[in-house]
Design a protein around this ligand. Structure first.
Ligand code: GDP
Ligand code: MG
Length: 178
């Protein structure tokens, strides 16, 4: 259920970080999940920011606090403070950019180095609306995710396809272990 603006008390705050190469759609995924918006002429993100969405999982009120990188991903300068206290991660690549998928292993290493061991990770192949430009077969990503113990989904921040489903899956997983 949707609980934004409700006066109910919040049972849990879950910090989730969004990571992945520049331009894969991290900021748009966040915007779609928290505001149900897609911004066609968004500037690249400046400064570390987070957005929230309050929702119910198994009748508990959960505030999801979703952190966005500051364009630091270009310089591989995401600091350990960014990962501190994160219970979940959305690791995003672009299904039309092979390189962004090739870098996923590095991002997993970053998580293993800086985040809590028990962090739940969802691998996201974004821009699934651009099927004609696909450069990463779904099977390759699924195989990688299975080998690494990650959840996996393809999404489109543009159409909204699977964005909520992917976040709910991750948040439910976090909830199941708190
Ligand atoms: P970030 O650098 O990872 O935060 O990427 P942005 O969210 O700023 O998006 C980068 C570019 O990809 C922008 O031009 C977006 O409009 C575009 N984009 C993001 N998500 C999608 C999507 O699902 N489909 C399509 N077609 N374009 C997208
Ligand atoms: Mg961004």
């Amino acid at each position: 259920g949707e609980l934004e603006g409700s006066r109910e008390k919040i049972d849990y705050v879950f910090k989730v970080v969004v990571i992945g190469d520049s331009a894969v759609g991290k900021t748009q995924i966040l915007s779609r999940f928290t505001k149900n918006e897609f911004c066609f002429d968004s500037k690249s993100t400046i400064g570390v920011e987070f957005q929230t969405r309050t929702l119910a999982i198994k009748s508990k009120v959960i505030k999801a606090q979703i952190w966005d990188t500051a364009g630091q991903e270009r310089y591989r300068a995401v600091t350990s403070a960014y990962y501190r206290g994160a219970l979940g991660a959305m690791l995003v690549y672009d299904i039309t950019k092979r390189q962004s998928f090739d870098h996923v292993a590095r991002w997993v290493e970053e998580l293993r180095a800086h985040a809590d061991n028990s962090i739940a990770i969802m691998l996201i192949g974004n821009k699934a609306d651009l099927v004609d430009l696909r450069a990463v077969p779904k099977e390759d990503a699924l195989e990688f995710a299975e080998n690494q113990g990650l959840f996996f989904s393809e999404t489109s921040a543009l159409s909204g396809d699977n964005v909520d489903t992917a976040f709910f899956k991750l948040l439910e997983e976090i909830y199941s272990v708190v």
